[in-house]
Design a protein around this ligand. Structure first.
Ligand code: GAP
Length: 458
């Protein structure tokens, strides 16, 4: 194999999928059985990345706000929840089948020329009429095998409802009053008709949602405020801002609960696609839960003569797994690093922000021998208490740097013979490939500084 890496062109979904598998970010679920459509498994680097994105979002959405608290509600909820929320009635996609090749499509995603003639985009065959298909996974609870409808239960299609049904519990136990928020990260399930583009749209996925309860009349102001804050969140993560844009939902796109909605879209390799939704859900959800549960979910405003009102809800709803895909695409770069005898040499590098990189710092002994590995192990042991660390002692140092670049590790610490002499180490920066020498004793504080001051430049 040539030592040189050639340029393969800009990020494509094929490249991202292949890197994700090769480096252990994401694997096809049940691969040895031919794979399970719409489901994916997160490998060692993937689960670290996912956890770190989740932790970072949690910090941004709860720890940095006095009035936002967390919740972890059950996936299985009382089935009346989904009648109240409108999902049983409205959470449907329009479905058509090809009578000839049996392929299945979402009617709203068929190319206009095929839709006009009602013909299959794949084989030209005749299409069936449009049927409404509910996206909720329906199962049964308890030891029942009959078609007993009283045992029907759903896997939640959004985490939001767990928050709404708990809003009074939380307001009372946490002594909160509007405006206040509840944040939650968790799994959601949708029986998607079309699951393509890797982990973009899957049947099992994770959401990071925050519901902000406000006084009616202040909702538009808070809606605009949360739009600003969510945009700033992606800027802070160093996401390319020219790959982000707003899309306001037209009347035909608004979800059944929404008074107004904007998506933050990202320019994925397959085009502009939704990343996160910011929704003004009005008092729809709490009013419906009041109606279906018979419980009064109004807030009594003691600061305003005990007037009662049903709070409006501003929702920020991001896909965790979709954010992971976005960050993989956004971080991906192939950079020319050298011109070797007329041939260019490239490296593949994932420019993750240190706040989410699966490994923050890797420790590499220059050689295994002469006590360098032991010394490196010792430094590694010291750092791992405070940082997400890696250790690699196999192969030439240049190759090991490349491996770390490809995993998105922002910092490498190299331990060499000088370390033995004067206890200094080399700190190597992923993005610039620059190296600085510093005393081992200053390593941890320097890393904290670098992480805090990190600005993406490439
Ligand atoms: N609670 C509101 C809600 O669920 P949504 O626009 O249906 O709104 C919010 O979903 C976010 O969840 C999307 O912007 C996307 O990031 C993520 N998401 C939705 N469906 C998904 C799927 N099938 N696979 C992966 N992520 C999905």
């Amino acid at each position: 194999m040539s030592e040189l890496q050639t340029y393969q062109g800009p990020a494509t979904m094929e490249k991202i999928t292949s890197l994700a598998k090769r480096r252990g970010f994401v694997f096809q679920s049940s691969e040895i059985y031919g794979g399970q459509n719409g489901a994916w498994d997160y490998g060692p680097l993937g689960v670290e990345l996912k956890n770190r994105i989740a932790r970072n979002w949690w910090k941004e959405m709860t720890r940095l706000h006095d009035e936002i608290v967390g919740l972890d509600a059950a996936i299985l909820m009382h089935p009346r929840t989904w009648e109240a929320s409108g999902h049983v009635e409205n959470f449907t996609d329009p479905l058509v089948d090809c009578k000839k090749c049996k392929a299945r499509f979402r009617a709203d995603q068929i190319p206009p020329e095929c839709a006009a003639e009602k013909k299959c985009p794949e084989c030209g065959g005749e299409l069936t009429g449009v049927r409404k298909f509910n996206l909720m996974f329906k199962t049964r609870i308890g030891p029942v095998e009959s078609d007993d409808d009283s045992a029907v239960i759903y896997l939640r299609p959004e985490t939001a409802q767990g928050i709404y049904v708990n809003y009074k519990n939380i307001m009372q136990s946490s002594r909160l009053k509007p405006p206040f928020g509840i944040a939650q990260i968790g799994k959601a399930f949708r029986n998607e008709i079309v699951t393509k583009n890797f982990i973009f749209r899957t049947c099992e996925f994770e959401q990071m949602e925050m519901q902000y309860f406000v006084k009616p009349g202040t909702d538009v102001e808070w809606f605009n405020e949360w739009r600003k804050r969510r945009w700033a969140y992606y800027e802070k993560l160093g996401v390319k801002t020219d790959h982000l844009r707003w899309h306001q939902h037209g009347a035909d796109e608004l979800a059944h609960y929404a008074k107004d909605a904007y998506d933050i879209e990202y320019l994925f390799p397959m085009g502009w696609k939704e990343l996160e939704g910011v929704h003004n859900r009005s008092d729809y959800d709490l009013t419906r839960h009041t109606e279906y549960s018979g419980k009064d979910l109004q807030y009594i405003d003691q600061d305003d003569g005990n007037k009662e009102y049903t709070p409006f809800i501003i929702e920020t709803s991001a896909g965790l797994t979709r954010t992971l895909l976005m960050l993989l695409c956004d971080a991906y770069d192939e950079e020319k690093v050298a011109d070797k005898g007329g041939e260019d040499d490239y490296r593949t590098v994932l420019r993750f922000h240190p706040a989410v990189a699966p490994v923050t710092v890797a420790v590499l002994p220059l050689q295994k021998k002469d006590g360098l590995a032991e010394l490196a192990r010792d430094i590694h042991a010291e750092l791992r208490e405070d940082f997400a660390t890696g250790y690699d002692q196999g192969g030439a140092i240049g190759r090991r740097y490349r491996r770390q670049d490809e995993a998105g590790t922002p910092f490498c610490v190299t331990v060499d013979y000088e370390t033995k002499e004067n206890s200094s180490v080399t700190l190597r920066f992923r993005d610039s490939m620059e190296q600085v020498r510093l005393p081992r004793a200053e390593l941890a504080s320097r890393l904290f500084q670098e992480i805090k001051a990190y600005k993406r430049t490439k």
